[in-house]
Design a protein around this ligand. Sequence first.
Ligand SMILES: Cc1ncc(C[n+]2csc(CCOP(=O)(O)OP(=O)(O)O)c2C)c(N)n1
Length: 639
Amino acid sequence: MPAAPYGLLSSIRSPQDLRDLTSDQLRDLSLEIRSFLIENVCQTGGHLGPNLGVIELTIAVHRVFDSPRDPIIFDTGHQSYVHKILTGRQDQFPTLRQRHGLSGYPSQAESEHDWVENSHASTALSYADGLAKSIRLRRQSGTVVAFVGDGSLTGGMSWEALNNIAASDDLPLVIVVNDNGRSYTPTVGGLARHLTGLRTNPRYEQILELVKRNVSRAPLVGNVAYDIMHGIKIGLKDVLAPQGLFSDLGLKYVGPIDGHDIAEVERALRQAKQFRAPVLVHCITRKGNGFEAAEKHEEDRFHAVGKINSTTGEAVGGAAGQTWTDLFSEELLRLGSTDERVVAITAAMVYPTGLHRFAQAFPDRCFDVGIAEQHAVTSAAGLAMGGLHPVVAVYSTFLNRAFDQVLMDVALHRCGVTFVLDRAGITGPDGPSHHGMWDMSILQVVPGLHLAAPRDGSRLRDALVRSLTINDAPTVIRLPKEQVPLDLPAVDQLDGMDILLKTEQPRVLVLGVGPLAVTAVAVGQRLSDQGIGVTVVDPVWALPVNPALITLAADHDLVITIEDNVVVGGWGARLTQELRSADVDTPVRVFGIPQAFLPHGGRGELLKEIGLSSQNIARNAVEAIVRADEPLEEQPTRG
Ligand SMILES: Cc1ncc(C[n+]2csc(CCOP(=O)(O)OP(=O)(O)O)c2C)c(N)n1
């Protein structure tokens, strides 16, 4: 429960409570929300900058629209904290992004005000299109609000949706564009250039005044108001070419509007709402607004923070070790310095994927394509066809978007493209749509694909070097969201695989993929402590499955596979299939992520919860071995 400094805020329990506030109270409320966000998010970590930028915009949206009857769809959803605060969840902010705590994105389980909880970008307009069509078909009275950032507008889905929305001139749909000029870094591409042109046009202030004067002269509503605004815009089309982008599509456009001026935003939204047709309301905001340290942070305006000092913005806590992202970043720079074929591609995530070093050293060899994973992959295929070796750096979960492109555009065309999947496996506080738990399942069906999951820094270096030699197929290197552990040396090697532990008379073959090779060694030690002989192996290259593994498995009584990918269609499942095809019938126990949408929480916490601990796996293995050793007549009959 917020204390005294949040006197006004603590009286807001639902959007209804906003209705009767005066403009002074609204201003005070914005200030309280700003302090509240800074105080809380600096302690929990989370998407601070985006939310500081949408305080006034969110208040205005909730005053004009009647949520949840009027669905508000947040694109990506990382900017929905203010919405959460205004819809009765302020008391839960100290638990933000923690296991059993408040989600960092909208969540249907949390509130009827949250319609969409997919945090993959550029979907809001499509959801909104469908919802608005259903309102129209069912003759209901609501209006759908799509709340979209300029970064999310760069995604292909947004454009597919706009193309459809613009053609349906009776859809009750208002598109609120939150234009802060940034994704993480400044938004890129032609659209961004158009929006910037509009935002920074020296005549903008004059035009805004003109619009304001015309609209406030009479209490105009609906079509009339829009027509006037639109008329003015069209009259100025020659100076304001960017607006033409939307109007040429056939979309009604209002703006640009100062997104930090509640009254101004409300006025525009009311007009848009009364029009009962798709209208795009273009609002200009500042990411990190009101938090000086964030506003000055050109790198990402504090898009997402860990625990930080609420004045200086500096990280709190001791120096952490090197992350996988950082190591990859250094290695790519090193490799790129000697191999001119290397080019890098990111989908709006230069810093989070570690491409910044390469981008600074080789600006003309690094391409930020916006939030456009599909385009990134096929563009990489083109670069490979042109004789270069592209490295596509992307979070594991976002590659899901571009599966068809990997399969058809890269693999079918035998293009040598390296994919570095950051945040593979359980990622933690970002929840179900951010866990990178599907990549091995979906990618293993791609013919010819190579996949490495390095267990330590040396293995990552080796995998990168090798990937650059593969010029006729896609290569995937998956990295977890963690710090790089100390190197775990092999005790022996077998046809390119690393043997990590070997005891006398091995009966159990324990296979650990990537970071779970460490767990595999711990399992092996536990088994050997109990007198059960083991061989512990890191396959190093998980795909294609190494034929030596089939022979090795045939020489053991039990195979245990451990991976942080979903068990269905994962690496263990694939190995089992290969063993059975080779008529090897050694029993296989597959340990991985269950087939479910995992909640948010700490990575360690979640791994333990789903049974990926050495203790649990070793216990299972012992039980299996004991059962196998029981004389046949003593075994329970299964039926
Ligand atoms: C498909 C996909 N790719 C990448 C991301 C990572 N991501 C999260 S927020 C964000 C930037 C969004 O920019 P914008 O929509 O303008 O919102 P802002 O943070 O500026 O408010 C990106 C790239 C994502 N969520 N989904």
